[in-house]
Design a protein around this ligand. Sequence first.
Ligand code: HEM
Ligand SMILES: *[C@@H]1O[C@H](CO)[C@@H](O)[C@H](O)[C@H]1NC(C)=O
Ligand SMILES: *[C@@H]1O[C@H](CO)[C@@H](O)[C@H](O)[C@H]1NC(C)=O
Ligand SMILES: *[C@@H]1O[C@H](CO)[C@@H](O)[C@H](O)[C@H]1NC(C)=O
Ligand SMILES: *[C@@H]1O[C@H](CO)[C@@H](O)[C@H](O)[C@H]1NC(C)=O
Length: 336
Amino acid sequence: MAISRARARVVVALILVKFVILVNAQVLTTEFYDESCPEIYSIVKEEVQKAVEAEKRMAASLIRLHFHDCFVNGCDGSLLLDDPILGGTGEKLSRSNLNSTRGFEVIDTIKTRLESACPNTVSCADLLAIAARDSAVQVGLTDTYPVYFGRRDSLTASIDEANLRLPTPNSNYSVLKANFEFQGLDETDLIALSGAHTIGRVRCIVITVSNSSTDPNINAAFRDTLIKACDTANGTIDPPLQNLDVKTPDKFDNNYFKNLRRGEGVLTSDQTLQSTPGPNVGIVKDFAKNKENFFTQYGLSSIKMGYIRPLTGDQGEIRKNCRAVNSAPSSLVAYQ
Ligand code: HEM
Ligand SMILES: *[C@@H]1O[C@H](CO)[C@@H](O)[C@H](O)[C@H]1NC(C)=O
Ligand SMILES: *[C@@H]1O[C@H](CO)[C@@H](O)[C@H](O)[C@H]1NC(C)=O
Ligand SMILES: *[C@@H]1O[C@H](CO)[C@@H](O)[C@H](O)[C@H]1NC(C)=O
Ligand SMILES: *[C@@H]1O[C@H](CO)[C@@H](O)[C@H](O)[C@H]1NC(C)=O
């Protein structure tokens, strides 16, 4: 009797779990805009293409925006809000975003076109998700992946949450693993998504490999070259920058992983994916040897990242302007 009741409870629990997973799986869909805004595909593709043709780096910058949005209170467009924010400070001034995240004007341009094609329909959070996908495809991701839609935009943003949740480049492997686990992402996701560092730039002030470093995992000649390159860049560009992928800096490929295997990861958080003993080493090796495996996993992990705590249904709103909530609370009107 007791056993069967316990068993019944287990069965009910399993049904509930299944139900929740099913419901959750349909929270976002690939067809979400098929009726309401089919233009989203051509508009975003065209504008991403234009922006990347004007500046190659923009593909990297747009990919990073989606990541930094999703890791802070879920994929809800919170990153895009300008100050002042109701009840605090926004995310743009946080440690990892200040003087660093960029591409906001491109998002504005796309949003303006979306609003004229289909007013009040496409969320800024969804816009970041598709712009990130189209950017990767634009610069070399040959295996495209479907983008799931239906996110809504937040009414707030949080500098504290951004400072807490965005990973820092001097982190060791266990810190990175825990950081991604908090978001429901595993080690494979961590490694595949870090592969976005196959394109883009980093400010020299963020690079922590130094000549005094005794890290045996970093290739010494590479480290010297990097330090010299930053010295040379200093004074010529403001801020001094380096490529995250020393071999093919603007092409989305698997060179990032080949670099790691030679000890040529630019950030500590990059090199540690290879240098820390564990199953991660095999994953890096697989992605270095097999570009298709990286591309497939990058798509899967991007979809998974795009599922981090979205606002759906009647939560939040569809912002008209990604930089501001639709109706500014009265306490903020004085600022405008
Ligand atoms: C694993 C933890 C990660 C850390 C610690 C990290 C850290 C950083 C840092 C420090 C920069 C340079 C920023 C600057 O100097 O202003 C950067 C750039 C970049 N990150 Fe990451 N990142 C991580 C994961 C990711 C993920 C998951 C993605 C996307 C899927 C990503 C995409 C990028 C891109 C594309 C750039 C270049 C941006 C540009 O050139 O504008 N990163 N990252
Ligand atoms: C950000 O950039 C501004 C303007 O160039 C500079 O004054 C400020 O010191 C920078 N802050 C950080 C934290 O890099
Ligand atoms: C990783 O870094 C954290 C925080 O700095 C530290 O507490 C931890 O001991 C480090 N773990 C390893 C394995 O080095
Ligand atoms: C650039 O050079 C100045 C003056 O020599 C120095 O103070 C600064 O730390 C350097 N910045 C970088 C990023 O190397
Ligand atoms: C780093 O140190 C080595 C010797 O310890 C030296 O030969 C090399 O020039 C240094 N590199 C830089 C960039 O200062």
